[in-house]
Design a protein around this ligand. Sequence first.
Ligand SMILES: Cc1cc2nc3c(=O)[nH]c(=O)nc-3n(C[C@H](O)[C@H](O)[C@H](O)COP(=O)(O)OP(=O)(O)OC[C@H]3O[C@@H](n4cnc5c(N)ncnc54)[C@H](O)[C@@H]3O)c2cc1C
Length: 334
Amino acid sequence: MARRDLVVIGGGTAGLVAAIGAARQGAKVTLIERARTGGDCLWTGCVPSKALLAAAAAAHTARSSTHLGVHSDHVEVDFSRVTAHVRRAIGEVAPHDSPERLRAEGVEVLHAGARFVADDAVEVAGRRLRFRSAMIATGAAPVLPPIDGLVQAGPLTTETIWDLEELPRRLVVLGGGPIGCELGQAFARLGAEVTLVEMEPRLLPREEPEASEVVHAALLVDGVEVRTAARASAVLPGDPTGGGGGDGSTDGWRLRLERAGAAGGARVDPGRGAGGSDSRGAGGAPGRARAGRGARLGRGGPRSLAPAPPPTGPSACPPPRRSAPGSAPAARCP
Ligand SMILES: Cc1cc2nc3c(=O)[nH]c(=O)nc-3n(C[C@H](O)[C@H](O)[C@H](O)COP(=O)(O)OP(=O)(O)OC[C@H]3O[C@@H](n4cnc5c(N)ncnc54)[C@H](O)[C@@H]3O)c2cc1C
């Protein structure tokens, strides 16, 4: 085969844009993708998360339009239909990122893993492909933070959260960046009891402080329990309220938090009443904690991953009260 002007490895957003852009300029382009074109954005990132947020926003609007004279006594979320909506959204966008679309743009698409075998050649499915330029657009993958017990808890990640078939009753999100905040808000608005943990003193630590304040306040209004300056140090099996916790089974999970930045760390023992706040009863699926790119989630049955008490000390933010539908917003943390 003739030497390609450009070989793109990875068919996510970056690879697609580069390949199509170069092809439109007349370059001979080959895109190599080992899984599905579309990458994270289509399958596990932007598209599903925005579809989830749309459903969550609809639930929120239905609950909070009393001031407009619109009363809805009871907002019910059918999570299976929410996930069907998410899948539909992916299905609508998928053709834009498909191999057919790429080929229509003049891009050759190969389905295989690629590896460099020379300065100007890659090997794809046993075939050597020479190029003038190559672009590596292989993206990123979720990484579990080194938290004791996290792996054993079977964490969900931003890749696997979309496989949930039931709305988790309780969810711990580790990481208060944009993805953690948006997923935390979405699941809270859909009815999950969400705790968002961020070890920096504020949410969205890479953004302006004013942006952090706005997002923090909005999350509190949505009933999210926000723990900033709190480092998750361990995931522990069992639940202090009983029902499977005492025997070390994985019937539920608890999260141990330490004050981030404090010398020695003020350790919080989640075993002291951590699960007591859960008034939703017992039973349900085994709990999970999830860790992912920027945002890490835990989910579980009613007793799973019961959040530890807030870090003690003057800056500890009391857990907000969940707003009942139509009631006043939960108290804001100063
Ligand atoms: C929950 C969530 C919400 C998000 N929301 C937004 C948003 O609203 N707006 C926004 O801009 N961004 C958002 N993002 C981020 C966005 O999804 C990513 O920034 C983007 O997908 C990265 O694209 P990429 O092409 O660099 O990598 P990827 O999408 O990861 O694509 C890399 C591709 O390379 C392939 N690959 C890897 N190794 C090889 C190999 N050796 N050979 C061949 N192929 C290989 C992979 O299979 C994959 O398809 C979100 C992310 C998440 C997780």
